[in-house]
Write a protein that binds this ligand. Structure first.
Ligand code: PLP
Length: 468
């Protein structure tokens, strides 16, 4: 059988699809349609390259692919032929080639001005982190790349560093084995809801207004969500908590109002949990950021009844996409928590955990927190000075820490949601307080100040004053 020229094949030189892939696909289609019959010889690579004005390498590559996929076969001293054994088989029609539209991929973006709860990631010592990451890889060799199902609760080195850090900075007394490293504190909340809330309808008490990450985690466990009012001093402790229920709270800095819970209310919460046989989940997401004094000891440190479960996060002290949080579990829940984590994803990324353990051990966490505290304290001062000078129609409570300022609207007849929507349209992210409410009539705007440089704060507050 004579060799047929394949010069009728048309290659699109402007397409992002490489010529070799286009050629291989068209040859395959010719075989599938029967245009090239089983046993028929195909042109030599030299002829094909000359006919189609392509390089010989491109022709060789396309033919190699068809040989490896079983469309062509080489016969000694005769050249390449369409596979004889395909005779009598109907090959499926090829999927038509459509050149993928070249759409730009969405780019990662930074939060817009005043988006709450954002650390300034530009302050993060990436050079130190990368050096320690290299050391973590060298120290552990290739073992760190394997599944490590024994470490479903976290790398022991990180558990140990966390237990020591929490003891020294937050007064939390625990054994390293009680510390579970999770994918952000959100995973910890989700898993605790699954483990602690026995069956649909179990009660979860939530601060109102409060953190919607907690609300969604408890709702996913089909809890009966019961609001607990918050005033300017933080959560108002319920006199009684139902047996088997849990109460979620942010005592260091109530989210989103910013109140710090005073000692008598802390004691009342623990008493209610002890008497009711309920659990308290203490979310200590940003307690490191108290500016003129050291952070208050945790609720966990006051608990002599073993009812407080402590949850923390590196999203604020380091950076949120790290997705490392942790929970200090009551000893009786360690095993069940590990079993549940095995079902979810076995364990978290170990290279980051090993890096973080070194970062804490060599004092870099402390230095970074010190640096952020100083910077954020000055941003808080800039925010308050500017807001006062501009006479924004909002009342900001005095605060000595945190990452956000929650301004109450002076004119309560103005809806905070409509106001926030107007600001969002103009490129700011200042959520309304009502977004965090369950039943409360809270109204205001929540401004994050930590992620933005002083000149950005001044500039955008001035523009917002104009918009308001
Ligand atoms: C109250 C509260 N808890 C926890 C977190 C942190 O969540 P994660 O550790 O999942 O990033 C946030 C983040 O905004 C928060 O506002």
């Amino acid at each position: 059988m004579p060799r047929r020229s394949l010069s009728a094949l048309i290659l699109d030189r402007k397409s992002p699809v490489p010529l070799q892939s286009q050629l291989a696909r068209q040859l395959k289609q010719a075989v599938q349609r029967g245009d090239l019959a089983p046993g028929e010889p195909v042109p030599s690579t030299r002829e094909l390259a000359a006919d189609l004005q392509i390089s010989r390498n491109t022709a060789v590559g396309a033919y190699d692919q068809l040989v490896s996929e079983g469309y062509l076969e080489a016969r000694p001293r005769s050249g390449l032929f369409v596979m004889e054994a395909l005779a009598g088989h109907t090959l499926p029609a090829a999927v038509p080639v459509t050149t993928p539209a070249v759409r730009p991929l969405p780019r990662l973006t930074a939060p817009p001005p005043f988006h709450p709860c954002q650390p300034d990631v530009r302050l993060f010592p990436m050079g130190t982190w990368n050096r320690l990451r290299g050391r973590a890889l060298r120290n552990n060799g290739s073992a760190i790349l394997h599944y490590q199902s024994r470490y479903t609760m976290g790398l022991p080195m990180l558990q140990r560093e966390l237990a020591a850090y929490l003891r020294d900075s937050r007064g939390v007394r625990c054994e390293p084995e009680q510390v579970a490293v999770t994918s952000g504190s959100q995973q910890a909340l989700y898993m605790l809801a699954q483990l602690l809330l026995r069956g649909p309808g179990a009660t979860a008490y939530l601060e109102d207004p409060g953190y919607f990450g907690a609300r969604t985690a408890f709702a996913a466990a089909q809890a009966r969500v019961t609001p607990v009012p918050v005033d300017r001093e933080g959560v108002i402790p319920p006199a009684r908590l139902k047996a088997g229920s849990l109460l979620y709270t942010t005592p260091s800095r109530q989210f989103p109002t910013g109140a710090t819970l005073a000692l008598p209310r802390r004691m009342a919460l623990i008493k209610a949990a002890r008497e009711g046989g309920a659990w308290i989940i203490e979310d200590d997401y940003d307690s490191e950021f108290r500016y003129s004094r050291p952070p208050l000891p945790s609720l966990h440190s006051l608990d002599d009844a073993g009812r407080v479960i402590y949850v923390g996060s590196f999203s604020k002290v380091l950076f949120p996409s790290l997705r490392i949080g942790y929970v200090v579990l009551p000893p009786q829940y360690v095993e069940a928590f590990a079993e549940l984590r095995t079902v979810i994803d076995d364990h978290g990324p170990l290279i980051d955990q090993a890096t973080l353990a070194l970062f804490i051990a060599q004092g870099s966490l402390h230095s970074h927190i010190r640096r952020c505290r100083k910077e954020y304290a000055s941003r808080l001062a800039v925010f308050m000075e500017t807001a006062t000078a501009l006479r924004l129609p909002l009342r900001f409570p005095h605060t000595d820490g945190g990452m956000n300022l929650c301004g109450e609207l002076e004119d309560s007849s103005v809806g905070d949601a409509a106001l926030a929507a107007r600001l969002t349209e103009q490129g700011w992210s200042v959520p309304p307080l009502s977004r965090y409410a369950l039943e409360s009539a809270a109204s205001g705007l929540v401004f994050g100040f930590t992620a933005f440089a002083p000149h950005t704060i001044r500039l955008h507050l001035r523009r917002i004053a104009g918009a308001l």
